[in-house]
Design a binder for this molecule. Sequence first.
Ligand SMILES: Nc1nc2c(ncn2[C@@H]2O[C@H](COP(=O)(O)OP(=O)(O)OP(=O)(O)O)[C@@H](O)[C@H]2O)c(=O)[nH]1
Ligand SMILES: [Mg+2]
Length: 225
Amino acid sequence: MNRVPLEKKVLTENDRIATSLRERFRNSGTQCLNLISSPGSGKTTLLEKTLESLSRERRVAVLTGDIQTENDANRLKRFGFPVKQITTGGTCHLDAHMVERHLADWRLEDIDLLFIENVGNLVCPASYDLGEAAKVVLLSVTEGEDKPLKYPSIFFKSELLVITKIDLLAYVPFNIAAAEQNARRVHQEMEILRVSSVNDEGLQQWLSWLEHRRQSQGAHAEALV
Ligand SMILES: Nc1nc2c(ncn2[C@@H]2O[C@H](COP(=O)(O)OP(=O)(O)OP(=O)(O)O)[C@@H](O)[C@H]2O)c(=O)[nH]1
Ligand SMILES: [Mg+2]
C-alpha cells in the first residue's frame, strides 16, 4: 500500500473513534478542549495557572501528551485534579485511540471540563480529531507573527487563539496586531486572547472564555470560578 491510502485509512479509523468520543462527551456533559501549540509556547503553564485558579470542587481533569516524559503531568498533578500523562513514544501528535485508552478508567459523568494538552507541534495535531468540542491554539510572542500564515491548518481549525507570553512584548520584535491580522486572514471568525502566565495579564479573560464556552455548550450553568 502506498503512503496516501495508508494515511487515509489511519485517519478514517481515527475519525471513527473521535466521533464515538464526541458522542460520549456530549452524553456525559463533558466539555473537552484540545490545546495545541509549538513546543514551549506555554500550554502546561497556562493549565497550571488555570487549575490554580479553580476551586478544588470543580470537576476538571487533564490528559497531557508528550513524546517522551511525564514532566507535564507531574507539574499539573499538584493542584489536586485528576491528571494523566499520555506518552506517545515518538509520535508527534495525540490520536483518538490514545485518548480513548487513557479515559478508560475515568467516569466521564464526573468530569465537566476535560483539557487535552497535545504534543508540542503546530502541524501534526491539526490532522487528528480527538472528539473535542473545540481546538485552542497557542502562539507565543517569541515565535513570530507570520506563524498563522505558515501553519494555516491549525489556525483555521481552532476556535480560539491564545497569544501567550505577552509580558515579553517589550523585549521581542513581535507585532501583535499583525499576528492577529494574520490569524484572521486564515480564520476570519477566530476569537483571540492575549495572556501572560507570568504576570497574569489576560488570565481572567481566559477563565471567562472557558466559562462562557461551557455555558454556550449547554453544560451546567454553575460558575467555574
Ligand atoms: N515569560 C513568560 N514565560 C512563559 C509564559 N508561559 C510559559 N512560559 C515559559 O515558557 C517555557 C515553556 O512553557 P511550557 O508551559 O512548559 O510550554 P508547553 O507548551 O507546555 O511546552 P511542551 O509541552 O514542551 O510543548 C517555560 O520555561 C515557562 O516558564 C509566559 O506567559 N511568559
Ligand atoms: Mg507542556
